[in-house]
Design a protein around this ligand. Structure first.
Ligand code: FES
Length: 189
């Protein structure tokens, strides 16, 4: 199983696992109708944590998991993507805040302040404009001008750190609280 949760009342959170680039993880889709009936309360959802095995995700790939009812991007960045993210002048960004729930809310939006390990980017999959799910860039298909994500709803362009670079979205993609349980496993929440 690609992902699990620590709260049995919120097990539906791990069902929605999909690949953005080339498909790294198996999908537990067959369990969806069953766990959907468990109908966890909003309070339980708010407290849920989600665990994910990241050992099979290759550089340049991302997976999408569902955490607390929302899509979450987990992207293993290539050296080029990391370099691109780190080379940005933070003062030039439309949103200068890191938006990282795991760190001080007032920190600037440097790539360093948005990650724990540079290779891994974990960000919300919800566009900060009106809530669409942005499309990820791959080696084959570039989305937007910065190699990150493009929200096709109204053209918000995010870079390889999930920061808004152009378009109507007012904020960077939010970074949730998460931690590495091992080199190949993360816990979100
Ligand atoms: S919802 Fe993403 S650009 Fe409008």
């Amino acid at each position: 199983m690609a992902g699990t949760t620590s709260d049995s009342g919120t097990r539906r959170d791990f069902i929605y696992v999909a690949s953005g680039a080339m498909g790294a993880l198996a999908v537990g889709a067959v369990a969806w109708p069953l766990v959907q009936q468990m109908n966890p309360s909003a309070a339980a959802l708010a407290l849920a944590t989600t665990e994910l095995d990241i050992g099979t995700i290759q550089p340049g790939q991302q997976v999408i998991i569902k955490h607390r009812g929302q899509p979450l991007f987990v992207r293993r960045r290539t050296p080029t993507e990391i370099k691109s993210a780190q080379s940005v002048n933070v003062a030039s960004l439309p949103d200068g805040l890191a938006r990282n729930a795991g760190k001080d809310a007032a920190l600037p939006a440097s790539d360093e302040n948005r990650v724990i390990k540079t290779e891994w980017l974990v960000v919300s999959g919800v566009c900060t404009h009106l809530g669409c799910t942005p499309a990820v860039s791959t080696a084959a298909v570039l989305q937007g001008a910065h190699g990150g994500w493009l929200c096709h709803c109204h053209g918000s362009d995010y870079d390889t750190s999930g920061r808004i670079r152009s378009g109507p979205a007012p904020e960077n993609l939010a970074v949730p609280v998460y931690s590495f349980m091992s080199d190949t496993r993360i816990q979100v929440g």
